[in-house]
Design a protein around this ligand. Structure first.
Ligand SMILES: NC(=O)c1ccc[n+]([C@@H]2O[C@H](COP(=O)([O-])OP(=O)(O)OC[C@H]3O[C@@H](n4cnc5c(N)ncnc54)[C@H](OP(=O)(O)O)[C@@H]3O)[C@@H](O)[C@H]2O)c1
Length: 293
């Protein structure tokens, strides 16, 4: 099973499915799960300074033993407790590199526009750009950025973010501020990286898409989780990040992006239309509570 890749706006490529080290594995000794995920065929590991487990991910990669370029490493800068401290992306990245035992990562993100302390976003982004020049990361991007945050960055960026990693599923994409953000990303060539893609069945079940995804899953001989993972990539043309502590589910997730065929345009629209019947956001409410409506 091999996961396809997608081209980013700087010419590099990223696998379209990532194995997340947050949520299920947050702050945990995740070595065994990560090693199992690598053996199953995952090629992209999604990490963060805030998850506090990069050294365990590094240990898993070491045990797995493949080539450096076979595993895509993405990590993020920012901690919840840093609100009032000056931001230091370089220090954070150096610590992540040490934990992972590598000289560079593939992509480094700002975790949230509210996690850069008192430093203006434009200055933090400048520091991120210098990390590319230094060779400590191949690409830089953002996470949980609203339209207004991206517009601030755009005033001075020399390098545009490659991705905006954001909660994205049928119950959240249709909010006005989400639509403005995705339109801007599309116009600037910034790919959407969907996290929380399974939210409609894992955290907000009993909503209007339930019968629709059940029907499409039967049509495609796939599971409902696979239909949701496909929807996130097929709707955005981007990347999806999921996770599991369960081997059967990890296989199911990989197959969704490597074996299950793309949804038809009609199926993508049918799910989107049904999703408009409910709004549910699970993550980063502090960012969105203060967003333009
Ligand atoms: N940038 C950010 O601010 C941010 C925020 C949130 C997440 N993320 C990233 O995205 C990754 C994935 O996020 P997520 O956990 O929200 O993804 P998700 O795909 O929406 O949910 C994964 C969760 O669903 C469960 N699950 C998986 N397959 C399932 C199935 N077939 N049926 C029922 N439950 C299933 C898993 O539990 P089991 O372990 O029990 O299978 C896991 O806890 C995180 O680990 C992190 O790397 C980033």
């Amino acid at each position: 099973m091999s996961v396809p890749t997608v081209k980013l706006n700087n010419g590099t490529s990223m696998p379209i499915l990532g194995f997340g080290q947050g949520t299920s594995l947050y702050n945990s000794e995740c070595t065994a799960h990560t090693l199992a995920a690598l053996k199953t065929g995952y090629t992209y590991l999604d990490m963060a300074q805030m998850y506090g487990n990069s050294q365990h991910v590094g240990a898993a990669i070491k045990q797995w033993g493949g080539k450096r370029e076979d595993i895509y490493r993405l990590t993020k800068f920012g901690k919840d407790s840093e609100h009032d401290k000056p931001s230091d992306p370089r220090g954070a990245l150096l610590a992540e590199l040490k934990a992972l035992g590598v000289e560079y990562v593939d992509t480094f993100l700002i975790h949230s526009p509210l996690m850069t302390g008192t430093t203006p976003l434009s200055e933090t982004w400048k520091a991120m750009e210098s990390l590319v020049e230094e060779g400590l990361t191949k690409s830089i991007g953002v996470s949980n950025f609203r339209e207004e945050d991206l517009l601030k960055l755009k005033q001075t960026w020399k390098i545009a973010p490659v991705v905006n990693q954001i909660e994205f599923h049928p119950y959240v994409f249709h909010a006005d501020n989400m639509r403005r953000m995705t339109t801007l990303c599309h116009d600037e060539g910034i790919l959407i990286q969907s996290y929380g893609p399974l939210t409609p069945i894992v955290r907000a079940s009993g909503g209007p898409i339930d019968p629709v995804i059940k029907k499409i899953a039967e049509e495609k001989k796939a599971t409902e989780a696979q239909v949701l993972l496909r929807w996130a990539t097929d709707y955005t043309g981007g990347i999806v990040v999921t996770t599991s502590r369960d081997e059967t589910r990890r296989k199911e997730q990989l197959e969704a992006l490597s074996r299950v065929e793309k949804l038809t345009d009609g199926q993508v629209e049918e799910i989107a239309e049904a999703g408009k019947g409910k709004f549910y956001r699970h993550f980063m409410k502090n960012v969105w509570d203060n967003a333009k409506p």
